[in-house]
Design a protein around this ligand. Structure first.
Ligand SMILES: [Zn+2]
Length: 140
């Protein structure tokens, strides 16, 4: 038979092409099994190493400590905000954390704007104003 990769004639029962080293067994044929050529397959192992260097796996404990922070009054909230800003713009942080921090920062801004607009519309509410006046009188 003829090797489909390099075109050289090889023995019919050969498992590998002696010329280019491509697998000739039906089940092992990359192009049949995965729709890829062996050339692409040999290049593939480089990708996990590159992505591992780019963003290491962040442990459960690390995420837990990160996500519990904004629920700790005052100190935790400030630390959380400072951390997300640093993570968003630091060059040394992993891409995974950077992406998360940027999304978190955007969510924080949206929530803050919503709270301010809610609070300002509440202030204009006559019912709230009279309630505040009653409260002030109680305090005196
Ligand atoms: Zn070949």
């Amino acid at each position: 038979m003829i090797c489909e990769i390099c075109g050289k004639t090889v023995e019919d029962d050969a498992h590998f092409c002696p010329n280019c080293g491509a697998s000739l067994r039906r089940g092992d044929r990359f192009d049949e099994a995965y729709g890829k050529t062996p050339m692409q397959e040999t290049a593939a192992p480089a990708a996990p190493a590159a992505s591992a260097a780019n963003g290491e796996t962040i442990s459960f404990g690390n995420w837990f400590a990160t996500l519990i922070l904004p629920f700790i009054p005052v100190f935790g909230m400030i630390a959380f905000l400072v951390m997300t800003v640093i993570w968003s713009f630091s060059g040394r942080i992993s891409q995974t954390k950077k992406n998360w921090a940027r999304a978190q920062l955007l969510v924080s801004v949206i929530v803050f704007v919503m709270l301010v607009s809610m609070l300002s519309s509440m202030m204009k509410d006559p019912a709230f104003q009279s309630m505040m006046q009653e409260y002030m009188q109680l305090m005196q």
